[in-house]
Design a protein around this ligand. Sequence first.
Ligand SMILES: [Zn+2]
Ligand SMILES: [Zn+2]
Length: 118
Amino acid sequence: MQYREALQRKDGKWDYTVTWDKVTRPAGYCATKCSGHETKEEAEECYRIYMIDNASYRNVPFDEDRRDQHHKCEICGIWTMCRAQVDPIEEHFLCPEHLNKESLLKVVPAPGCSASSW
Ligand SMILES: [Zn+2]
Ligand SMILES: [Zn+2]
């Protein structure tokens, strides 16, 4: 199991962390370029931005024969197969016009605390 959550350090600052096999480590930018956050929400936002900066975009052309696999763009609602993967388990459907970082900032929720088995 892998656990992800914002944790308070001994010095009072917050890091977003991943716990894997009982070993907890700072994750995302908290592991590299930031030196801790004043609040839990800031640490979560830090990881959210990290996920968005590292998102992978799949621009799939509209395909009439695979209509059933289309989803509504989360910004404008038109049908699309384009998607952005922000996390191994989280995908967002966005049309070609909205397949960008600006849209992801609007649709990706704060990571919060999660446990997953991947
Ligand atoms: Zn951070
Ligand atoms: Zn759209």
